[in-house]
Design a protein around this ligand. Sequence first.
Ligand SMILES: [Cu+2]
Length: 147
Amino acid sequence: MFNRSSRRALLLGLPIALAATGVAAGLFSRGVPDDVDFSLERKTDAGLYIAAISPVDQAAAVGPMHSWTVALTDAGGKPVEAAAITVDGGMPQHGHGLPTAPAVTQALGQGRFLIEGMKFNMPGWWEIDLSIDGPMGADTITFNLVL
Ligand SMILES: [Cu+2]
């Protein structure tokens, strides 16, 4: 059995352990960091392009396969007509990628490109990563959304 002092340590330690567990759960599974940028139109990481993404039909939702468009301009706002764009992504808090392999399937003109095969299979914080290789050079951007 516990002597008096170790029982006291146990009684004091239990709430602290519970509080620490709660904080860890909040950090690692629920809360999205305050500095995450959720704008869907932004400069790319090196500032070579401005990229905007939007779902084609309706707001992005968990479940169905759907498409997005990317609108790409140079830093001055002139549409980029030809670029090789690859799509990746995943859930940073879960350590997994996208459940599908979405890809740009056509250039729609005026700097717009179609991404097909996007699917989100669970609620939470998702990243959509674009790698862009165009006339200004190669650049990347990560968009964030919470579903
Ligand atoms: Cu997940």
